[in-house]
Design a protein around this ligand. Sequence first.
Ligand code: FMN
Length: 552
Amino acid sequence: MKRPAHPDPYIAGVMLLSRISTQGRWGAEAARKYNEETKHSYVSIRTAPGFLDFANKPYPFKYYVGGEKSQLPDDFWKPSEDALRALSCRGSESAAAKALNTSLLSSLLYFTAGISRVERLGDRRVYFRVAPATGALYSTELYTVVGEVEGVSPGVYHFDPGEFTLHRLRRGDYRGVVARAAQDGGLSVSPVVIVFSAYGWRNAWKYRERSYRHWFWDGGAMLANSVAAVCSMGLNHRLFTGFVDEKLNELIGVDGLDEAAYAVLAVGYKDGLGRFDSADYGLGELEASPAPQRGKPHRYWLVTETHTATALHSEGDVVTWREAVKQLEDIGKDIRRLGIQTPMPGPATQSKTLWETILLRGSTRRFSRKSIDASQLSTILRHSFGPLNADFLPSPNHTLIRPHLIVNNVDGVPSGAYSYDPSTGNLILLKKGHFREAAGYLCLEQPLGRDAAVVFFNMADLDSVLRVLGGRGYRAVQLEGGIRLGRLYLSSYALGLGATGLTFYDDDCVEFFSPSSEGLEMITVVAIGHPDYSAKPGKIFTRALTHPAKAF
Ligand SMILES: Cc1cc2nc3c(=O)[nH]c(=O)nc-3n(C[C@H](O)[C@H](O)[C@H](O)COP(=O)(O)O)c2cc1C
């Protein structure tokens, strides 16, 4: 039977265009164009409109009316494993299938998206979360597809971090639908599957067209937390970015444009098990409806075009895309080793617990220029660029990211520009010198880049990624950039240091590291060092507000 067109003519038009247009392999050309047109430069920053319409600021939470909502417990389990160990697990080493319960699920949701600080800014309140996010705007929504969790009946639920509740959207076991959409049987037998989606307007309100990158950076930072939390539970996991978009969006009841699913985390993943061929896509209505959003959302054309063009439309597309991932084996082996190999000391093996680290984390607002030592840098590198169990990598030891760094002040490592080779753990000295002023300039002229001990510039060979993985690879590489950013934050805080994500002048960064960076594109930046003040740790807020909150 032919599916009816979307009732919103704008959405119907965009969807039709995405199916018939020739934008390269899975939207590769659209992704390339998006990346070019959303670059920051010295000139673009001075000519772009900067007005923020606070009267039209989106509400920071999504919540539902009707149906059944259940309160999650306050006294949930806390991940007390050493943070560094939790950051480095492969996600597939645990042989025993452990049982999940309400306490563990609440813990996972809290340490991924929970509220850890509430600050008053004039007559507004900002609800800061456990993971960093561009502009503290938090556009990611989480949905849990529950199969076997003691205390939670099978169903699809929306997680509300504000009231700390699960709102049921569908009753029954829908893991097979996710497994079928992602063409992976292991999803159908993972006790719970978390779907990450972005409500784009919440971030686009400030960042306009560049906000699409932020979906993945912010979501990646959250995933760094969730993956570490799942590891500390002794459960396996696997991250998916390849799925039939329309089916997953339909499952969680979103339109795929204003809000769209972009990643799936299988918790307690069982590789090679499970079936999905009989899963029924006939989904029916949701049990609850989202409360109407305040204000007037604005759609940004490049975001809409890129996300739509990079969709996978059929199960066949998903299978072909996943096959293509294997061709990435050869990419990355050609890391240019144009400088002087600089072996690093062994990494530290002990740090703070994961939950303490997550609550300690907050973006450093001012760095002192105090040095860190070589073993701290080595630890941060090892644990930030370690294994990642994701469907866009041929194996957990691969990475799409080519780390480059400016060392401003590290005892035992000469100041200068470096690249990092995760396969050897060595730094490669590209040029010696004092580059504090350059580091500040490259990070959009922010003193944080100048005063940090080290600034990481995570780049990628975007041409190769787009050639092999098509435009869908654009989503993957931005997401990996976000995960590496999240891990850089966590490993720094685990050692008692500070960190902050920073935005950047795209092409100037690439030029600075040339020729090592020739042909690469910028993905994310993180600065680390000693904060110039002592920050208070965050607290666990489980009932921070009742919707609709007045001040935000
Ligand atoms: C990808 C990314 C980029 C960021 N860029 C900047 C930046 O350019 N300048 C800045 O001061 N903070 C930046 N931040 C920090 C955010 O402003 C911060 O995460 C947010 O306000 C939430 O506060 P918290 O991290 O202390 O919880 C960035 C964060 C992320 C995740």
